[in-house]
Design a protein around this ligand. Sequence first.
Ligand code: BES
Ligand code: MN
Ligand code: ZN
Length: 519
Amino acid sequence: MTDHFSGRRTPRLGLGTLPASEVISGKIQDVAADAIVVNLFAGVAAPTGATGAVDTAMGGTISRLIASGDVTGKLGEVTVLYPSGGVVAPRVIVAGLGSRTSFGLEAVRRASAAAAAKAREVGASTLASLVHGAGGGGLVAGEAAQATLEGALLASYRFGGWRAQDQAPERALTQVALVELDGGHLPQVREGAAAAAAIARGVALARDLVNLPPVHATPEYLADAAAAMAERTGLRVTIGDRAWAEERGMGAFLAVAKGSALEPRFIELAHNEARTDLPLVVLVGKGVTFDSGGLSLKTRDGMVPMKSDMSGAAAVIGAMQTVAELDLNVRVLGLAPCVENMPDGAAYRPSDVLVAGNGLSVEVISTDAEGRLALADALVHAKGYAPAAVIDIATLTGASATALGEGVAASLFFTDPTLRARIETASEATGERVWPMPLFPEYRAAIESKVADLKNSGGAKGGIGTSAAFLQAFTDYPWAHVDMAGMGLIENPKGRGYLTPGATGYGVRLFVEFLRDWA
Ligand code: BES
Ligand code: MN
Ligand code: ZN
């Protein structure tokens, strides 16, 4: 298959481009790399530890620049120095860590991302970095290593695209090393680095799937990508087609597919399926590959970001890849109902009544409230596996982005307080923000229908809550729902340099952290 733009199946520069990574034991001033990265807290007059050793080797240059006010250590600050001796690398990058009081893993990711971006900009292709925060910063070495490498790798993600001007080789990092002198920390640093590399690959996969144009990232393409990933990583994969969904009575999911020329696909990925001694966690991701709104057509502006309406599915696929690569000691099932929402003569209509896999009937008010229909059948399907917990993630309502801000946070709904607490813990560790929302009974009342068990829209007011109440009706197990509308695509990463313009891969790190903690 070739795409409609260029005759190429894949983008010009290929997918998932990330630097390779390694851990080096020793002194950073001895490492041969195009650039080394040291660090500095704000307010420090004379650097100590590994940065102090580099400063000494360079004859006190860093201390002098602090004294002159050129280097302050504020978060995100990067200063490139060109030593004339004492250090093997031709460039030394001083990365600001900010103040000690607001320091944490997020600061490490940001500082490391800023340093990596700067290194690439000045033409370095190999980078060696200290583990930020493990020495004087008081962080656990393994977590600090993970955050340092994650920041650098995720900042280096590039989506190829099809632009002719990109034919010239772009400046890119090809190798990122973490350098650790403390032999006692080395095993932890290696473990943190391995986790970071697998996580970054999962995020890159999710970003690729979201960045691909919808003519390319069709339900079939997502299914093929998931199957290829499963083959590589040893996950069990099942791809359900239309007939498969019909057999299971997935009338809500299938209704969404009716107006599209593309065939729907239902993706199932399983890790440790035979380990029935372990409680099962199910992840469910909305996979609407393009949301035109269907007959309840979106506005021209509203439609523009809708290639990202499969960001939930991408997060599940990316997280499942990482879970498999890290071989986490958890039993996980990833589900992604993938479908395109388009209007044509066969499309489902407002006023249609659909029946989901559990027999619940749904009156269609808006064909633009399609995500909850696809998810409803996936949530019913999850029940068949007797899950201990189910978390769904979806670009479900514009109202979530309106309430919390674009790129700021996702809404979190839950029926189980323990699950909520675990998701919030993962959110704090990863910086992938969620904010708790209520499931008031009024939301359920707003989707009462006169002709069916439920209607698929409760109107504009309380739109996040009514959509969550709709999903809840299809669950009877510990459940949480992450509405990530507005989190899938960003134009400007602002201070968070580990995000790159375009797809964020939101949800992969949240899920992986949740599952590592669960294990
Ligand atoms: N995919 C959209 C939600 C969305 C909007 C995601 C903006 C990301 C950015 C979803 O399918 C949708 O259209 N929701 C409607 C629900 C309404 C019809 C009840 C919405 O938010 O307007
Ligand atoms: Mn919609
Ligand atoms: Zn949608």
